[in-house]
Design a protein around this ligand. Structure first.
Ligand SMILES: NC(=O)c1ccc[n+]([C@@H]2O[C@H](COP(=O)([O-])OP(=O)(O)OC[C@H]3O[C@@H](n4cnc5c(N)ncnc54)[C@H](O)[C@@H]3O)[C@@H](O)[C@H]2O)c1
Length: 306
């Protein structure tokens, strides 16, 4: 039976992943770890994911076999604190990769992002293997992290698996300072004010995904037989893609009078360097990836739960 540690468990993805993994493995088999541990349910621990020594003690004491390393400073916040973002994102990854290299744990999950692509990446159906020239510190840390994951796999036999998540949409924990957060904020504002001011331009198309699909993709990749996998950097996975205008139109089926304003800020410059849609044929081929939510399912679910 696996014993799982989730680092960054209080965040947007961690909150959902903890629940799903506890339903799968049993409550006591899944430890939730975060620097901000106040809202975590037991078993949980307050821990700094960059503290390799503390992590070593924890995984040894608890017999942890698998670590999901979700700690990172996201794209929009990272542009305000570039050196801190680089230090956090890389140190948190290395700490966990080294546990696996030393065979204290068997398997690692670490998410990359569509932010690892850049302005010279083909924007429509961006291939798995393509030009990657990220312009944000977040994207640079994700691309570097992907290559380090592959290095640890190739050199030390580390089983580290990764997905290039698109913008993730959920109604649980608040989003953590990313460029796609508008696609969550809009639901709360529609409900509260029947109006939303979007920080991206109306025609900014980006790849997105419902959180349920993202969690399912993560578990399917982690459970796939190793010999079926061909990518040890990070897999492209695709869900839906839409513009703020298209999302507002879909939302008007529920809020017909929704008033939209567009006031692009610094996040527009980040979004403009990212793909509009990505090609996930390798993930479909290797481990059978299939998204379940289209735009109308996603909007329906968000309207019901936000
Ligand atoms: N949410 C998305 O749309 C999205 C898209 C692409 C990739 N990702 C990646 O998925 C991962 C999780 O994203 P998220 O949206 O859940 O992030 P988030 O910002 O919501 O959560 C991150 C969590 O890490 C914790 N944390 C920060 N520093 C820590 C430290 N030193 N030690 C322990 N905990 C610390 C924070 O308290 C927070 O709970 C990140 O690696 C992110 O880059 C997310």
């Amino acid at each position: 039976m696996e014993k799982v540690l989730i680092l960054g468990a209080a965040g947007q993805i961690g909150t959902e992943l903890v629940n799903t993994l506890r339903a799968t493995y049993g409550n006591d088999q899944v430890i939730a770890g975060d620097l901000l541990a106040a809202n975590l349910s037991e078993p949980c621990i307050q821990i700094d994911a960059t503290d390799e020594h503390a992590l070593r003690e924890l995984v040894t004491k608890e017999g942890v076999t698998v670590v999901y390393q979700l700690v990172a400073m996201l794209s929009a916040t990272g542009e305000k604190l570039p050196e801190k973002a680089w230090a956090l994102n890389m140190q948190a990854l290395f700490a966990v990769l080294n546990l696996a290299k030393d065979q204290l744990i068997k398997q690692v999950f670490w998410p990359s992002s569509i932010a690892a692509f850049g302005p010279n990446t083909p924007t429509l159906d961006s291939p798995q293997m393509t030009v990657m020239d990220p312009t944000t510190v977040y994207g640079i840390s994700k691309l570097s992290g992907e290559l380090w994951c592959q290095y640890y796999h190739d050199k030390y036999g580390v089983d580290v698996r990764s997905i290039r998540y698109p913008g993730l949409i959920s109604w649980g924990a608040e989003p953590g300072g990313g460029t796609t957060d508008y696609a969550i904020d809009i639901f709360r504002s529609a409900k509260k004010d029947n109006a939303y001011t979007c920080f991206l331009a109306e025609d900014t198309r980006l790849p997105m995904m419902h959180m349920d699909d993202a969690i399912r993709a993560t578990l399917e990749l982690m459970n796939a037989p190793k010999e079926q996998l061909s990518i040890w950097t990070s897999y492209n996975v695709s869900g839906v893609d839409f513009t703020p205008f298209e999302l507002a139109e879909a939302l008007r089926k529920h809020y017909p009078d929704l008033a939209m304003r567009y006031a692009p800020d610094f996040r527009q410059a980040i979004a403009s360097t990212w793909p509009q849609r990505i090609d996930d044929s390798q993930a479909r081929l290797d481990w059978g990836w299939q998204p379940a939510y289209d735009l109308s399912d996603l909007v329906q679910d968000m309207v019901e739960h936000v």
